[in-house]
Write a protein that binds this ligand. Structure first.
Ligand SMILES: Cc1cc2nc3c(=O)[nH]c(=O)nc-3n(C[C@H](O)[C@H](O)[C@H](O)COP(=O)(O)OP(=O)(O)OC[C@H]3O[C@@H](n4cnc5c(N)ncnc54)[C@H](O)[C@@H]3O)c2cc1C
Ligand code: FES
Length: 283
């Protein structure tokens, strides 16, 4: 397996490329994982944290984060929650179907600034999909990073994404991994931690000088997680946040995704916290 990310291919910003869905895996009743191939097996050429614009003719487009690492070559994966028109139609597609892909777009995780540091990777809900791209990247480049701690919170055991991979990360000596659920409905045989993901932070031993944190999750999660990280002494320029906004063009032309003077599609979706913490409506 090559561990060198592929260079982005020269593609039009505006014209989707027809790509084939080579496999579809049900992750939860609401989320599916689509493995997608460019014609000829070309690499997408992304960096963890970036997204693509997925389209189906006649139905429109939606931004979806890449869920796999560029180090896993030949295809890429998208974890898609059924939310509306486009994502609903994707969920009805069968293996072999063709979708349009533009991208990769957006500012990714800053792998250079993360290099050599202990990483604290915190995700909630569907946010584990983009975080998985970074986790896989770290797996494939073990010498580039320090200790890796993965924290994940889902609504219920049924809503947990990538359950098998979480079990592998939990079992691996290389990672500290903990997953929790907000609630356990009656009849569930789950026996793991219960409570919000923020509760996993206080017991951690963190060296704030050596640590970089990354957060991807639902908007409500950020404020509480950031509060806990600050209690651990983490500075804002050591906390990366991935923000979602409604997007149209994905390339800085339509203005749909602005956060004050920033374009989420160009300046983000990954920001350092000190870049956005003072901006209205950012978090
Ligand atoms: C950078 C980025 C990365 C994303 N990555 C993923 C991903 O990896 N997996 C995934 O399942 N989803 C992801 N999303 C969200 C996804 O783009 C929306 O759910 C999708 O656009 C909905 O399109 P639709 O046509 O299915 O729904 P529509 O019929 O357009 O809308 C359904 C509902 O979703 C709302 N909505 C649309 N876009 C957003 C948004 N960005 N945030 C919150 N609500 C929205 C609409 O207002 C409407 O209420 C991402 C969004 C962004 C901006
Ligand atoms: S989505 Fe059009 S400017 Fe960002």
């Amino acid at each position: 397996m090559s561990t060198t990310p592929a260079k982005p291919a020269a593609r039009s910003l505006f014209v989707p490329v027809d790509c084939r869905i080579v496999s579809i895996t049900e992750l939860t009743p609401q989320e599916k994982l689509f493995r997608v191939e460019f014609p000829g097996g070309a690499d997408l050429g992304h960096v963890p944290g970036q997204f693509v614009q997925v389209s189906i003719l006649g139905l429109g487009e939606a931004p979806i984060s890449v869920a796999s690492s560029p180090t896993r070559r030949g295809s890429f994966e998208l974890g898609v929650r059924r939310a509306g028109t486009l994502t609903g139609a994707m969920h009805r597609l069968k293996e072999g179907a063709v979708i349009g892909i533009r991208g990769p777009f957006g500012r990714p995780f800053d792998l250079e600034r993360m290099g050599g540091k202990d990483l604290l990777l915190i995700s909630g809900g569907c946010g584990l999909a983009p975080m998985r791209s970074l986790i896989q990247y770290c797996q494939d480049n073990p010498d580039d990073f320090g200790r890796i701690t993965i924290l994940y919170g889902a609504k219920s055991p049924e809503d947990m994404l990538f359950k098998d991979e979480i079990r592998d990360w939990e079992a691996s000596e290389r990672y500290a991994c903990a997953a929790t659920v907000d609630d356990v409905p009656g009849g569930s045989c789950y026996d793991g931690p219960v409570g919000q993901v923020t509760r996993l932070i206080p017991p951690l031993r963190i060296d704030p000088e050596k640590t970089v944190a990354a957060i991807v999750g639902p908007p409500v999660m950020y404020r509480f997680v950031i509060e806990e990280l600050k209690k651990k002494g983490l500075a804002e320029d050591r906390i990366a946040v991935s923000l979602e906004r409604q997007m149209r063009c994905g390339v800085g032309k339509c203005g749909h995704c602005t956060i004050e003077h920033l374009y989420c599609c160009l300046d983000g979706p990954v920001f350092w916290l000190n870049e956005v913490s003072g901006l209205r409506g950012a978090l």
